[in-house]
Ligand binder design. Structure first.
Ligand code: ADP
Length: 386
């Protein structure tokens, strides 16, 4: 297949006129940050925020023109505002595709489709749940994978989307390799592992490539992983969110039509109140928090058989109570969880009848019950923040 070059992309953009300057888009300063990574193309349109509505059709036309180049697999064109908002004012919005900021999620229905105020539901994808943490290293990805497999074991068709742009670990946890493929040249086929569909931002770039993404690129890459991957039909899409509560995470929480979020925390993480920040983040974005999971909760000593609370114990349950949140359960700190994770044979799949798998199963059952309850509710989430 012929290699896609910058010139080919710019050539395609010549056909589109920039209404602001009257020049072909390729020659105007509007196009910035062109990235060509094999068949994956990304660029931004730097615009005056006041012109956002006018420029949206231009962005779409630019995306379509580049998509029409033979061999191009994905195109990400996002608008960014080129002037900074004054201090204290809301940041200028970055528009990626049809996603827009702020708004209640649509519980898997098409309620938000066509509306300007919320992220759009993905046809054929039921509930999207985020697995989040206040910081890295608490076992968020391990929990996300095992939760996804437990949901699958309970009869759900499940996908897992690794949105952890800083350290995508789903390929390792599920032993995925190779590049995603596309049958029709436009829609990316998800990978499959242990009966669930999987896609990771880590599969889109090579491992030795530094993960340098401009903010808007991150958002648009996520939008693509949601909308250009053939997830459907699935009941539940588990999104392994990037750790932390910064702007990137907040924007993601706002853009993805989430049915709910699960917060993973270690006992000491709760002490540092990182997880509370996570809760606040979802509150800001109107995403119902399904509950907190305490990971690395206790250590059962293989030699003496005793239970040790290395990082303290019960902090997550207490914090959950304090904040009026549900506590979904605890997962012990155990060597088998780590070794199976690192070997790409997650414990729920490799030892489904063991006590650790059962701990994940119990949490998955609660998640399903909550999603069902929310779907049955007449309006809005049934779980509210304290
Ligand atoms: P995060 O996604 O929060 O950065 P990971 O899921 O990558 O965290 O986990 C970090 C490390 O901790 C990994 O080596 C993983 O195998 C290990 N780990 C996660 N949860 C547990 C657990 N309950 N018991 C033992 N090791 C765990």
């Amino acid at each position: 297949m012929t290699e896609i070059t910058r010139d080919m992309v710019l050539g395609a953009l010549k056909a589109i006129t920039d209404p602001m300057t009257g020049q072909p888009l390729a020659q105007s300063k509007t196009i910035q940050g062109l990235i060509v990574k094999g068949p994956h193309i990304g660029f931004t349109l730097e615009i005056d925020p006041a012109q956002a509505a006018q420029m949206e059709p231009v962005r779409k036309a630019a995306e379509d023109a580049v998509k029409a180049i033979p061999g191009v697999l994905t195109v990400t064109a996002v608008m960014t505002a080129h002037n900074e908002a004054p201090a204290g004012a809301p940041r200028p919005e970055v528009k990626a595709g049809t996603a827009a900021l702020k708004g209640k999620q649509s519980q898997g229905t098409d309620k938000a489709a066509g509306g300007k105020s919320g992220p759009q539901a993905i046809p054929g994808v039921g509930a999207i749940i985020a697995v989040a943490s206040g910081k890295g290293g608490v076992g968020k990805s391990t929990t996300a994978v095992n939760l996804a497999l437990a949901l699958h074991a309970q009869g759900k068709s499940v996908g897992i989307l690794d949105a952890d742009i800083y350290g995508p670990s789903i390929p390792r946890l599920l032993k995925l390799s190779g590049k995603p493929t596309s049958a029709d040249g436009h829609t990316i086929s998800p990978m499959e592992a242990y009966g669930i569909k999987a896609m990771s931002i880590g599969l889109m770039v090579s491992e030795d490539q530094p993960m340098i993404w401009r903010g808007p690129m991150v958002m648009s890459a996520l939008t693509q992983l949601l909308t250009d991957v053939a997830w459907a039909p699935i009941d539940i899409l588990v999104v392994d969110m990037p750790p932390g509560t910064g702007d990137a995470q907040l924007t993601m929480a706002q853009r993805v039509p989430l049915a709910g979020a699960v917060i993973v925390s270690t006992p000491q993480d709760i002490a540092l109140i990182d997880a509370r920040k996570g809760l606040a983040m979802f509150r800001q974005t109107d995403v119902p928090v399904l509950g907190i999971i305490e990971n690395m909760s206790s250590f059962i000593c293989p030699d003496c058989g005793g239970t040790h609370h290395i990082f303290g114990h019960g902090g997550a349950r207490e914090t959950a109570d304090e904040l009026g949140m549900d506590f979904l359960g605890e997962i012990p700190l155990h060597m088998d969880i780590r070794t199976t994770s690192d070997a790409g044979t997650p414990i729920v799949a490799s030892a489904p009848d063991g006590p650790h798998a059962q701990a994940y199963q119990a949490i998955a059952a609660q998640v399903i019950a909550k999603l069902d309850a929310a779907a049955d509710a007449p309006a809005g989430p049934t779980i509210s923040m304290g």
